[in-house]
Design a protein around this ligand. Structure first.
Ligand code: OXD
Ligand code: MN
Length: 660
């Protein structure tokens, strides 16, 4: 094991997704071994291993899924999660006993986990989607080019990879059976998953990030669910000592999605998006495929409400690549006293046009798994309040008085406090040149604790969306805000998104990466087909298509200073969008889209001296290069799968930019 080649056999034209509820990996393996019928086997054989919960409470399909995986992974014991407080106490006790978390006495029921430093972020290079037809998953790239829009493997090859990893992988450990709902339990927009994991940290975190427990099983009945198998990949007894008591197996890590069987199998990492399978794996990768099949959208977007002083409220969604401030925007404290922002979600939106043609969104999650560094009373007071209790922190630094610390909190801890870094360096000082907290360190906290959660954040109908905002970290050339001419142009804008690289994955440095729709690491299927899916919504006349925007809070001047103050001041941009959506005539067309008319952005009370002309300038050379870069990207990466409508938009942009 170890190296994973991306196999590129089996080309075909666009294939249909089929056999979606096919047998799980474990049941196929056990059928091969025993040649018996999966649905009629007795399950009593594992009953004696159940230490918590009742096997009999599981619907038949779930029971068989558990049984197959117990036989495959061979855990010692089984814990069926009910979502109760008693269970939470047990999980926290076990995690403390195993040295995986410690209490933070300055805070209320808050915990600190430090991982093996080799397991700190999503591992995109080992994240695969296995479908019969490669082209269902990734576009066929131009000759000689390495694809960057996902990794494909055939289901047969994937079975071989999984077979090398999962048999016996949970020996000596407990398997937690986590029934969870993405979205409010019972909403027509929600979906149910069952995660089987040998990590109590994952079980404790899933309780925060999703709705877990008995109620979910009742709603599921004998329906189908997304099968989510996770193992840290370190059976007991240990062969070598753990680092920070954090079991993981980086050498053999694989995060596998099998959409044709509604299945996820993740091995070797206990961290974040690799192990909390409801989030990126289900809600985005599998979710986007379900959306394509069923006519809706699963997107890497925050959802916010914005209400003016007349009590008129609108909801917007916004897509930004990881670590671009989505959580800050979703919980923004408006610098414009006339506006109040409320939060529906900070990371993922599931959206569907309802029967009246209104786009409605739910947040499929129940918690925030936010990047800690940069979060402070100045940048996000709502998040600071949210994380003051019932929160699991991972890879942040700790203070000698039992609190937490990370880059950005310098002004908010007393000078006398000593800091221990995430790597365990006592008496840490910035002069040592190392970071106190890992740049991808996180808080995992219940959404319900956020003081500005929107009153409708759990509404099973979802909230009506009136604007879609795209954005990224663009130090040069890209104005603060511009508006798409129409839906198709907006889809082009999403497709051409770029941003500086992030610490949330394994990428290094400050390179500007293409990150279409902020979904590059999260597409569940061929990006060209995804674009077609987005474009298809303009074909239905009854759809009330939201307006689409691009924003950039991160433009810098010649001296490398941000030109726009950002944070609460971004409400000025939301205000302009709000008024545009209401039909106000406050925009002028430009080469790249509609810009705010001079004076139409409300700058009243803005303390900073902002050079608005520079902030909104469209440098011809820069945009000509941008067009060339995007054309190259589409040609190399999306190639024949690029819808002609998107190429038409690019050519239109090119002509307008050349005429500047
Ligand atoms: C996240 C990410 O963790 O986008 O939300 O990486
Ligand atoms: Mn994210």
């Amino acid at each position: 094991m170890g190296s994973l080649d991306i196999k590129t056999k089996r080309l075909s034209v666009e294939g249909k997704l089929k056999d979606v509820n096919g047998p799980s990996f474990s049941s196929r393996i056990s059928q091969e071994i025993k040649g018996n019928n999966a649905l009629n086997r007795p399950y009593q054989s594992i009953a004696s291993q159940v230490l918590y919960g009742r096997l009999n409470d599981l619907p038949k399909k779930v029971r068989h899924y558990v049984e197959d995986n117990v036989k495959l992974c061979k855990p010692d014991t089984i814990h069926i999660c009910d979502g109760s407080e008693r269970e939470n106490e047990l999980l926290l006790y076990l995690l403390q006993r195993d040295g995986m978390i410690k209490p933070l006495p300055k805070m209320d029921n808050c915990w600190l986990a430090r991982t093996d430093p080799k397991d700190v972020a999503r591992v995109e290079s080992r994240t695969f989607i296995a479908t019969e037809e490669m082209r269902d998953t990734i576009p066929v790239v131009k000759n000689g080019v390495t694809g960057t829009l996902g990794n494909w493997m055939s289901p047969e090859d994937m079975d071989t990879e999984l077979n090398m990893r999962f048999p016996g992988c949970m020996k000596g450990r407990t398997m937690y059976v986590i029934p969870f709902s993405m979205g409010p339990v019972g909403s027509a927009l929600s979906k149910i998953g069952i995660e089987l994991t040998d990590s109590a940290y994952v079980a404790a975190s899933m309780r925060i990030m999703t709705r877990v427990g008995t109620k979910v099983l009742k709603t599921l009945g004998n329906g189908d669910f997304v099968k989510c198998l996770h193992s840290v990949g370190v059976p007991l007894p240990l062969k070598e000592p753990l680092n920070n008591n954090w079991p993981c197996n980086p050498k053999d890590t694989i995060i596998a999605h099998l959409p044709e069987r509604n299945e996820i199998c993740s091995f070797g990492s206990g961290y974040g998006g690799n192990s909390l399978l409801g989030k990126k794996c289900f809600a985005l990768r599998i979710g986007s495929i379900l959306g394509k099949r069923e006519g809706w959208l699963a997107e890497h977007m925050l959802i916010l409400g914005i209400e003016n002083s007349k009590g008129v409220k609108k909801y917007f969604v916004a897509a930004f690549p990881s670590a671009c401030g989505k959580t800050n925007l979703a919980m923004m404290k408006s610098a414009l006293p006339d506006y109040k922002v409320t939060c529906v979600g900070d990371d993922i939106a599931w959206m569907r046009f309802d029967k009246d043609g209104k786009l409605r969104a739910i947040n499929p999650e129940a918690g925030f798994f936010g990047v800690a560094p940069g979060t402070s009373m100045k940048t996000n007071p709502m998040a600071m309040e949210t994380i003051s209790r019932n929160t699991i922190f991972t890879n942040v630094a700790e203070t000698s008085d039992g609190g937490v610390f990370w880059e950005g909190l310098e002004g908010e801890v007393p000078r006398t406090t000593k800091i221990k870094s995430w790597l365990g360096v006592e008496d840490w000082h910035p002069e040592q040149g190392k970071q106190a907290a890992h740049p991808n360190s996180r808080f995992c906290t219940p959404a319900a604790q956020c003081p500005i959660m929107d009153e409708k954040w759990q509404d099973p109908e979802g909230v009506p969306i009136e604007a879609i905002i795209f954005g990224g970290r663009r130090p040069e050339g890209i104005p603060l805000v511009y508006e798409a001419f129409n839906w198709q142009h907006g889809v082009y804008m999403g497709a051409s998104m770029r941003s500086e690289a992030t610490a949330a994955a394994e990428h290094k440095g400050k390179v500007i990466m293409h990150d279409p729709f902020a979904m590059r690491p999260f597409f569940g299927y061929n990006f060209g087909h995804y674009l077609k899916h987005w474009l298809s919504f303009q074909d239905k006349e009854t759809n009330k298509l939201p307006k689409i925007y691009h924003v950039n809070w991160f433009r810098k001047d010649k001296n490398g200073r941000f030109m726009w103050p950002g944070f609460g001041e971004n409400a000025r941009v939301l205000d302009w969008i709000f008024r545009r959506v209401d039909g106000e005539d406050c925009a002028v067309p430009s080469a790249i889209g509609n810009l705010p008319k001079k004076g139409s952005l409300n700058l009243e009370g803005l303390q900073d001296n902002v050079d608005m002309d520079a902030l909104f300038s469209i440098p011809k050379d820069y945009w000509q290069q941008e067009v060339r870069d995007i054309a190259k990207y589409f040609d190399e990466q999306v190639h024949e799968d690029l819808p002609p409508e998107i190429m038409k938009e690019l050519r239109g942009l090119e002509a307008r930019v050349n005429a500047l």
